[in-house]
Write a protein that binds this ligand. Structure first.
Ligand code: FES
Length: 198
């Protein structure tokens, strides 16, 4: 073996060692990632990808609201009482879009007087249409303030009624958005999926 052969052998050894080290490192990263991914339950993995979210509504009392996350968005599900529903026509003149004319803010099947599939259940995104703050529920009726209950955004004072319809004279330009959803059963709503007609 001459000097050139020894040089070539050394270079080959160094190259082999470099590649072997890189492969070992990658294998380490992969091995660390696999337990992490498999530690997510199927429902968590599906939700991370934006899958529909089920909301059990069977035990909700009238006037009760639950919050869930769908695609990282806060969703309000409010079971409106008969009394709440009876107040919906009270303030039509003070609402900016009482008839849900802005088509982007709800699926066609909720562009009705209740903005819902079933009058009792309101499903809206909990994101103010001004700059995206989360509105607070304010269901207390205060006749002296002409307030029949609804949602209040503390960031800049936008107000929405019990159907998520925005009042005139506030910064929010449109009603709260209604996400696609449907009733799988009487006691179960699926948010993020519909059949085109809920
Ligand atoms: S973000 Fe709600 S009023 Fe500004």
């Amino acid at each position: 073996m001459n000097e050139d052969d020894v040089d070539r052998l050394d270079r080959n050894r160094r190259h082999f060692l470099t590649v072997a080290t890189a492969v070992t490192k990658l294998a380490g990263v992969g091995a660390a990632a696999i337990p992490f991914l498999s530690s997510l339950k199927p429902s968590a993995r599906a939700q991370a990808l934006g899958a529909p979210v089920e909301v059990a509504i069977g035990s909700m009392e009238p006037g009760e609201m639950v919050r869930v996350l769908w695609r990282g968005k806060l969703i309000f599900v409010l079971r409106r009482s008969e009394e709440m529903l009876s107040r919906l026509p009270d303030n039509l003149d003070n609402l900016r879009d009482p008839d849900s004319a802005v088509a982007d803010q709800q699926p066609d099947y909720t562009a009705n007087e209740f903005r819902s599939v079933r009058p009792e259940f309101l499903v809206v995104e909990g994101s103010c249409t001004h700059l995206g703050c989360a509105p607070l529920e304010d269901f207390e009726v205060r006749p002296s303030e002409n307030w029949g209950g609804g949602f209040f955004c503390p960031c800049h004072g936008s107000r929405f009624d019990l159907a998520g319809r925005v009042f005139k004279g506030v910064p929010a330009p449109t009603n709260l958005r209604v996400p696609p959803h449907r009733f799988v059963r009487d006691d179960l709503i699926l948010i993020g999926q519909d059949t085109g007609a809920a």
